[in-house]
Design a protein around this ligand. Structure first.
Ligand SMILES: [Zn+2]
Ligand SMILES: [Zn+2]
Length: 330
């Protein structure tokens, strides 16, 4: 219970109040000095003193702001997160088998400053499922079985378990410790990259960086749209490569279509294109006036739509459109 000022008199709050008791020897002078020293330390909240009737030990009654393990005040009192104890706990998982790499991981973990900071770690290679078979030195997608660590404030420990964060991008590097360490360091200071940790392929001995799946596996740039995995430079490249696969037969029109395609900016922007007339079925006149005639039609293959799983544009179904014929354009 805590004393509370309430109109001219002190009352105790109704809620139970959790406190830390600090046991001291049964020596009055020493105890008094200790109490005085605590009472001027600002971060400590000292509620009062008591005495154990059996042992006669004097006891200070402090707010429960202290780590049960080391006795230091929590780095984050509200969350009950003790930086030194938590970093100490994490040490046991650093088992790369290479001293330089272990040191790097430890160095990165020491930079943790808050309970929700990312914990950089050594991740055993068998934690990865569905590793895409792609070129050796670029990003490949994979599923991290247990996912990254997250602090559980009730249990006061780090746990794994958020499904949404299990998609990762792996970046393979040669089996060369120093080159790898430099690369990891260079990535760790780039704000835009979320680097969960490192691992090693036990067969090839290649070292691998484990990133949050936010990077195009083709060019390594961050996706313009992360949820849809749409990379603007790569998609524009694809459209350019495809320029030779279609033509209207008229250079000016081809130029206009190309120009409009290169203006694409989002995954769901329309891909403006040349559509061969034989793509249309069921052409029916629906409106006619002095300068134009409008027909309804079915576009057999339909427009391009971005497929986030295959990361390409695809056509899915027939699609009803209106065709507008301008009498003045001829
Ligand atoms: Zn502690
Ligand atoms: Zn890309």
């Amino acid at each position: 219970m805590q004393l509370k000022i309430n109109k001219k008199l002190y009352e105790r709050g109704r809620k139970r109040h959790k406190v830390s008791l600090k046991d001291l020897q049964n020596i009055t002078d020493a105890f008094l000095n200790e109490v005085k020293s605590y009472s001027i330390k600002k971060p400590y909240i000292l509620y009062g003193i008591t005495q154990n009737p059996d042992t006669k030990d004097y006891i200070m009654v402090l707010d429960d702001e202290y780590c049960g393990k080391c006795g230091e005040r929590y780095t984050n009192v509200y969350i009950k997160w003790c930086k030194s104890c938590q970093i100490d706990n994490l040490k046991s998982n650093i088992v790369s088998g290479n001293e330089k790499i272990d040191n790097l991981i430890q160095e990165m973990q020491l930079k943790i400053n808050g309970y929700n900071d990312l914990v950089f770690e050594w991740i055993p290679y068998n934690q990865f499922n569905d590793i895409e078979k792609k070129s050796k030195y670029s990003f490949t997608a994979a599923i991290w079985k247990d996912g990254p660590l997250k602090y559980n404030r009730d249990k006061k420990l780090y746990e794994r378990g958020e499904r949404s964060h299990r998609n990762v991008s792996l970046k393979h590097l040669q089996n060369n410790t120093d080159a790898f360490l430099n690369e990891v360091k260079s990535y760790s200071i780039k704000k835009s990259y979320i680097l969960y940790g490192i691992t090693q392929n036990p067969d090839t001995k290649d070292y691998i960086m484990v990133f949050k799946d936010e990077y195009c596996e083709k060019c390594g740039e961050k996706y313009a749209d992360i949820s849809c995995k749409w990379c603007k430079p790569c998609q524009i490249d694809n459209l350019k490569i495809n320029f030779s696969n279609w033509t209207s037969g008229n250079e000016k029109i081809d130029d206009l279509i190309q120009e409009m395609q290169l203006e694409i900016n989002k995954w769901n922007d329309i891909v403006f294109e040349w559509i061969p007339y034989n793509q249309f079925d069921y052409i029916k006149e629906i409106d006619k006036n002095g300068c134009s005639t409008v027909y309804s039609a079915i576009w057999k293959e339909g427009p391009l739509k971005y497929d986030e799983n295959e990361k390409i544009y695809k056509r899915s179904q027939c699609f009803k459109v209106a065709l507008k014929y301008s009498h003045n354009s001829q």
